[in-house]
Design a protein around this ligand. Structure first.
Ligand SMILES: Nc1ncnc2c1ncn2[C@@H]1O[C@H](COP(=O)(O)OP(=O)(O)O)[C@@H](O)[C@H]1O
Ligand SMILES: [Mg+2]
Length: 360
């Protein structure tokens, strides 16, 4: 158990790193943030930073020697850098969780090994693979890069072989995977935490709406029955258990209705992906719970007792994307908890802020 006053190293200086650093400060911890971008929003909230590329071993050594534990706010770190950091210091979540979730195919294979239902898929490394995969998985499918994807980047929905070939031409410089398109009824996610001692706590599932593949709102409670909520929670618990995971993890699900011919008429839950970090669909916990996901992550990696994830109110979390940040501070209604990220530049599709709107 790390003592109060320890230093937490955070890799990545975006809004997640910023909110992690704020929670760490609330718990009496110090933070140091490693990020190549000198304009990182997380730099505004802690005096300790290292600005260097993620593969700069001198900078990584200095960073690792300055902190008691290292964590990260995003999963697309070079494998070599994480291994290097692990050779000097302690990293939570560990490289195994990171490697699995960095690569959609590794992630799907892990989920299948764990007996968890997912959409059917096939790796695509050539035009021949694509044709075979499309015959098996089409007519409607999603072609995705296996690595570095976020907010829908690196994916194309296709509904004919022609379209699939066109998408392949656009994405073929990366390793790819073709996934069956799931005509889901809704998307939910579970944010779950596990500490080193194996204590596990999860937040209630959130119901997520994406616009242009970017999360727009998370609504709590989700419009699902108790049995489905419990099943989602159990799947999330199984995932953190089998990874021996330490920290907060997000699990995204698709929900579809049961096949009318099936004996089991419960809704079908498919895991879409897992994220080994605090998750955008968990931001509502800042307004809805005594312990929010950021504090929970810090507690988990420091091996403190986890906090209480009980929900006290209904919340809609709304992301403000691109221009939506302009004048947002002028229209704050009662019951709205704003979180502005302090990003210097507005860009289309860029997450600039979120509002936690307490609805009941
Ligand atoms: N196989 C699929 N079927 C239906 N919708 C999908 C599928 N894959 C992705 N999507 C939609 O795109 C969103 C983003 O895709 P996801 O795989 O989660 O990538 P990212 O890493 O960008 O979050 C999903 O939340 C969902 O709305
Ligand atoms: Mg996703």
């Amino acid at each position: 158990m790390l003592p109060i006053g320890s230093t937490i190293g955070i890799i990545g200086g975006g809004q997640l790193g910023r909110m992690l650093a704020l929670s760490a400060a609330q718990l009496g911890m110090k933070t140091i943030i490693f990020c190549p971008d000198e304009n990182s929003p997380a730099f505004d909230v802690t005096p300790n930073k290292i600005i260097a590329p993620y593969d700069d071993e001198n900078a990584l050594t200095k960073f690792a020697n300055s902190c008691d534990i290292i964590t990260f706010e995003f999963e697309n770190l070079p494998a070599k850098s994480i291994k290097f950091l692990e050779s000097i210091s302690s990293v939570s979540p560990d490289s195994r969780a990171l490697f699995i979730s960095q690569d959609r195919i590794k992630e799907k294979e892990f989920l299948l090994r764990s007996d968890i239902n997912i959409a059917s898929f096939a790796p695509v490394n050539s035009i021949e693979d694509l044709e075979k995969a499309y015959l098996k998985i089409g007519p409607k499918a999603v072609l995705k890069t296996t690595r570095m994807g976020y907010d829908g980047k690196g994916q194309r929905i296709v509904s004919s072989l022609e379209m699939a070939k066109q998408a392949y031409e656009e994405l073929k410089n990366s390793e790819l995977v073709l996934e069956k398109f799931i005509p889901f009824e809704r998307e939910i996610s579970v944010v779950i935490a596990r500490n080193k001692d194996g204590q596990v706590r999860d937040f209630e599932p959130a119901e997520n709406i994406h616009e242009n593949h970017i999360l727009k709102t998370s609504t709590i409670p989700a419009n699902i029955d108790n049995i489905t909520a419990k099943r989602a929670s159990r799947i999330a618990q199984q995932i953190v258990g089998s990874l021996n995971y330490v920290g907060v993890l997000g699990v995204e699900f698709f929900i579809t209705s049961a096949d009318p011919k099936s004996a089991d008429q419960n809704p079908i839950l498919l895991v879409n992906e897992i994220a080994p970090r605090v998750h955008n669909s968990g931001h509502w916990t800042q307004a809805g719970c005594i312990t929010d996901q950021f504090e929970q992550h810090i507690r988990a990696i420091c091996n403190w007792p986890l906090g209480d994830p009980t929900r006290y109110c209904d919340v809609v979390m709304e992301n403000l994307i691109g221009d939506e940040i302009i004048d947002a501070h002028k229209n704050l209604k009662s019951g709205v908890q704003p979180h502005f990220y302090g990003k210097k530049q507005i860009r289309e599709g860029r997450k600039m802020a979120h509002l936690n709107i307490v609805t009941k």
